[in-house]
Each structure stands twice: as structure tokens, then as C-alpha cells.
Design a protein around this ligand. Structure first.
Ligand code: FES
Length: 116
């Protein structure tokens, strides 16, 4: 997204992500699952994961979803998590741990902690 497209919208960066309930859960899960990458990728992955958990909570489909037409209960399996985080391009190798971290946070209810 271009910065101008976010004009007049609230923006939460990694510095404020601990104020978002799923942000704290995801930071802990990234530590627990050794999901860290470099200083550019890790903030992006965590911020993207906060967004994707909220989208999943609201039933938004992804390209990996079987039914794109109707809101549905999203099952955050590995394929769904990978697709929903696929906008983060990194050549390094921690993806398995990132998927595990996001699934762990989701399993612990991080997606249901967001406000509607
Ligand atoms: S961890 Fe950032 S480019 Fe690979």
C-alpha cells in the first residue's frame, strides 16, 4: 500500500503492536517458536499476522480458501497462514517457524481478542 492510501487512517506499527491484544500474543509466539528474521522482516511479519488474524476472525477468504463467495469460519491451517502472509517476501528460511508461531497465537485465541 502506498503511504498516501493510508492518509487519515489509524496506523499501528511494530512499536505500538503490543497495544493490540493479538500483537502481544504474536510477539510471544514468535519468541516461543523462534520465528524471528531480520529487523525489516520480523516487524512486517508480525504486523501482517495481526491483520490476517483479524481478517480470518471476520471470515474473509484468501486465495487458499475453498469458498471465496461467502464469509466462512476460517481454519488457519499451514496453507491458509502461508497464503495470508504471502505478501511478505524474504529470501531467508524461517517460514516454518513463522507459520508455527502464527498458528500457535491463533490457537491461543489471539484472533478472537481483536475488537470488531
Ligand atoms: S530476514 Fe529479512 S530479508 Fe530475510
Amino acid at each position: 500500500m502506498l503511504a498516501v492510501a493510508a492518509q487519515n487512517h489509524r496506523i499501528t506499527t511494530i512499536e505500538g503492536i503490543d497495544q493490540v491484544p493479538s500483537g502481544s500474543a504474536l510477539q510471544k509466539a514468535f519468541i516461543d517458536h523462534d520465528g524471528f528474521q531480520c529487523g525489516f522482516c520480523t516487524p512486517g511479519q508480525i504486523c501482517s499476522a495481526v491483520g490476517m488474524l483479524d481478517e480470518a476472525k471476520h471470515g474473509w477468504p484468501s486465495a487458499a480458501s475453498a469458498d471465496l463467495a461467502e464469509p466462512h469460519d476460517v481454519v488457519l491451517d499451514d496453507e491458509e497462514v502461508r497464503e495470508r502472509l504471502s505478501g511478505n517476501i524474504c529470501r531467508c528460511g524461517a517460514y516454518v517457524n513463522i507459520v508455527a508461531a502464527v498458528r500457535s497465537a491463533a490457537d491461543e485465541g489471539a484472533a478472537s481478542e481483536e475488537s470488531s
